[in-house]
Design a binder for this molecule. Structure first.
Ligand SMILES: NC(=O)c1ccc[n+]([C@@H]2O[C@H](COP(=O)([O-])OP(=O)(O)OC[C@H]3O[C@@H](n4cnc5c(N)ncnc54)[C@H](OP(=O)(O)O)[C@@H]3O)[C@@H](O)[C@H]2O)c1
Length: 353
């Protein structure tokens, strides 16, 4: 597929949709990307758009997402709203002809994700889940090491992820209306990591503690496949753990250092050999620039999705999380619109998972 000549001929102009914590981090990351311009920001309120634009020197400030989506001075939009608003914001931008990088988790459920993917494909536009960890140099190298068979066949992985979040029933980590809970916030990294290393699971199980607002505050998850490969994942917003991961293979193992979901180092232990450390210290930016660079590479090459974070895999990851939530009895208001009644007792993976 050929690149888009109009996008190749000038720096790529980003629009930022939403002005919360991660938007600020992504803007900081973008400052480290050569040939990227932060052209505009869009907020639900003009005052908030003005405020963040002042701080970061962003020239165009829009008091609505719609105005940002229709800004002819923007080439691509980064969606940084709470999960519950990802679908509508992404579709708004795609309908206005803009490629999109959408924060993780991609949506509230697989049905929403499918809708977003179908919209991008029907409009022949680029779309990607902002699973930023996959684009960090350490993870790029990790995938090369796994593909080369350095530790033989990966048979099992373990990881723990999460942090002690301050309880706020209105905040996005605890409010059901905003897609609260450990699974969609931290757990999506773990499910995505297992998918990246072991492929899609055919068996999904887990135990969750649902807190006062009804969302999962901690959970233990086991994902398996027909070959007996296992991912054992601990996730939490109640406590802080070690935040490390290990991939165990038939000829050795890889320990990924804290924080494993955005690592700068890992060590390979092959049977009978000296440990082999790999280090990837950040030389610039804050680590968010790598996903932006991949988006820009794809746009310039005319690719409509990234081979490192394919859309079908994103949807399958959402489906795994739907299955877990169904088993836990964890339902969001948005599910009512898209899923109909989830049958908790018969929760199972769809045929193509
Ligand atoms: N990649 C990462 O490392 C990372 C880290 C943290 C979060 N995230 C993801 O990024 C997304 C946003 O997280 P965040 O921590 O930045 O959230 P946040 O601080 O609460 O900000 C979210 C922003 O979204 C907009 N928004 C739209 N609808 C909203 C609603 N109903 N309630 C509240 N805000 C709404 C607001 O911007 P306006 O008022 O300007 O419209 C708000 O500032 C989440 O999906 C999260 O999973 C990713």
């Amino acid at each position: 597929m050929g690149g888009d000549p109009s996008i190749a001929s000038h720096p790529i102009r980003w629009g930022i949709l939403g002005t919360g914590r991660i938007a600020t981090k992504f803007i900081t990351g973008l400052h480290a990307v050569e040939d990227a311009v932060i052209a505009a920001v869009g907020s639900r309120a003009q005052a908030t758009a003005d405020e963040i634009a002042e701080v970061h020197g962003i020239p165009t400030r829009h008091g609505s997402y719609d105005a940002l989506a229709n800004d002819p001075g923007v080439d691509v939009i980064y969606v940084a709203t709470p999960h519950s608003a990802h679908r509508d914001a992404t579709i708004l931008c795609l309908d206005a002809g803009k490629p999109v990088l959408c924060e993780k988790p991609f949506a509230i459920n697989a049905s929403e994700a499918e809708h977003m993917v179908a919209t991008a494909r029907s409009r022949d536009l680029f779309l990607m889940e902002a699973m930023w960890t996959r684009f960090r140099p350490a993870v790029v190298k990790l995938r090369e090491v796994l593909a080369a068979g350095t530790i033989g066949e990966p048979r099992m992985l373990t990881s723990d992820l999460g942090w002690q979040a301050r309880f706020n029933p209105e905040g996005r980590l605890f409010a059901p209306a905003l897609g609260g809970g450990a699974l969609l916030d931290a757990g999506v990294y773990s499910v995505s990591f297992a998918s990246m290393v072991l492929g899609p699971p055919t068996s999904v199980s887990g135990l969750a503690h649902l807190g006062d607002t009804g969302v999962d505050e901690q959970a233990g998850i086991v994902l398996g496949d027909d070959a007996g490969r296992l991912a054992v994942l601990g996730i939490t917003i109640q406590t802080s753990g070690q935040t490390v991961a290990t991939i165990m293979g038939t000829e050795g193992r890889i320990d990924i250092d804290r924080p494993w979901h955005s690592p700068e180092s890992f060590t390979i232990y092959r049977h009978g050999e000296a440990p082999e450390p790999h280090r990837f210290p950040l030389e610039s930016g804050n680590g968010y620039q790598f996903e932006a660079m991949e988006v820009m590479r794809c746009l310039r090459a005319g690719e409509r999705e990234s081979p490192s974070m394919p859309l079908d895999e994103t949807v399958a990851i959402m489906r795994t999380m739907d299955t877990l939530r169904a088993a836990w009895g964890l339902r969001y208001p948005a599910d009512d619109e898209t899923l109909g009644r989830m049958d908790i007792a018969s929760a199972q993976l769809p045929a193509n998972a």
